[in-house]
Design a protein around this ligand. Sequence first.
Ligand SMILES: Nc1ncnc2c1ncn2[C@@H]1O[C@H](COP(=O)(O)OP(=O)(O)OP(=O)(O)O)[C@@H](O)[C@H]1O
Length: 477
Amino acid sequence: MITVNGLTGGYAGGEVLKGISFQVGHGELFGILGPNGSGKTTLLKMISGALEFRKGAIELDSRPLTQYSPKQLARMMAVLPQHSDQAFPYRVKETVSLGRYAHQKGWFHSWSEEDEQIVLKVMEQTGITHLQEKSIVELSGGERQRVYLAQALAQQPRILLLDEPTNHLDLSFQKELLDLLKKWAAEEELTVVSIFHDLNLASLYCDRLLLMENGEVLIVDTPAEVLKEERIKAVYKTKVKNHPHPEIARPQLLLVPKSDGNQAANFQIDASYLDIGSDRIALKTPAKLRTMSSGITGAGIGWHNSFVHRVVPMDYDCSDHKAEMAEFLQANGFLPSETVAMMTAVPAESVAHRFFKNGEVSIFIMVSAGNTHRESPRNINTWLFINGRISEEAFIQSAMTAAEAKIRVIQELQGSSTSDAGQSAGISTDSICIAATQQGELIAYAGTASPLGKLISDGIYSCTKQAILNYRAGKTL
Ligand SMILES: Nc1ncnc2c1ncn2[C@@H]1O[C@H](COP(=O)(O)OP(=O)(O)OP(=O)(O)O)[C@@H](O)[C@H]1O
């Protein structure tokens, strides 16, 4: 356990740390964050005993740091500093072996089998076994970083202090190094205290984070608590957006560049953008729209500038419809990565589409209904284009509002249908795409009571009804 209490001190030029207090538990992976010059390295130097402090206390396992001899400290703690390019021209294996120094007893300690095994093991764990005979000056920055980590691990410390350990490492070694540290922390109760500049890596791997600002602790808490958009924006003076990692429950912060190259003069999506052919209906937009869809391509949340409603024969049958759709798109001049695409078996001319406007708010809707031999459609595809900047809530509310309106139509038409329309609620294979231009003032809500929601509700109702009636008319021809 590391306990830091009221730590104050710095260099001859003045105080850098001002009353820092926190604790780190056994086996914890603890991250230190903060802007350049906030005092992170100074703090790490004081914990390692390399820099004296003026006031306060540091305890390791309830014993003051100052009571440990250098050798005791070296057995307990290893440090991986921010390395400069200076390096002694030792071979890799020799450099790693230096980590065993703290465990040698007396002047004439001979190299033991245990020392050898530990050095071989840590070289393997850090992926440098194949480099062992090379001189360290011949290595790349990332390779050298791994050698120094191996040296620190060879020390078999109980506490590992790291200053930006992933500096110089490529993506896969960043992950491997942090996976390894996490494993050692969990399995061997290694306590890891590490400085990070990459907030997202810190979020992914650390149990808790300490955020520093001007030599003080701003907050010590879990990544989800520390990495709040507003806090990071205030401390780093940079706009970020918080986005949850898609696979694990950790926040990730995304930078927002001043310009993303997706600018286009204000435009309004309406029927003039539609391009209706016999085998598809397409719509291309002047800039990418933010989309939420269940299309065959472009599913989920993304940014797309092509929208394709492909008309396939009734007997269309394909074992890999995603791959086949991608081929179709490419053959027809659409980039699959930029396209939301859906499929339908109704003739292109039977889709219903219309532009709706209410004051400042406008939307364009297209609905197809069909894909079955029955009288009632079993597949309803909906495109909803919103000319405006909408919030995350409004995206979800738009989908809810659209679904409610669609069900209203289906229930209403059940009464007028001569067959078992009740079976065909048009839900299971339906697709929806909600696309917003994300231009103009923010529209926060799209529930049925909001102006946008009302427009969506009325628009989806009338287009869905029209599409189903078109479909029925086609069937009776
Ligand atoms: N050896 C030194 N002598 C005098 N002042 C120093 C020394 N090292 C650092 N400082 C000063 O102490 C302050 C904190 O520096 P420190 O290196 O701890 O910050 P940091 O948060 O690690 O920064 P970075 O993110 O840039 O690595 C800075 O203003 C720096 O100029």
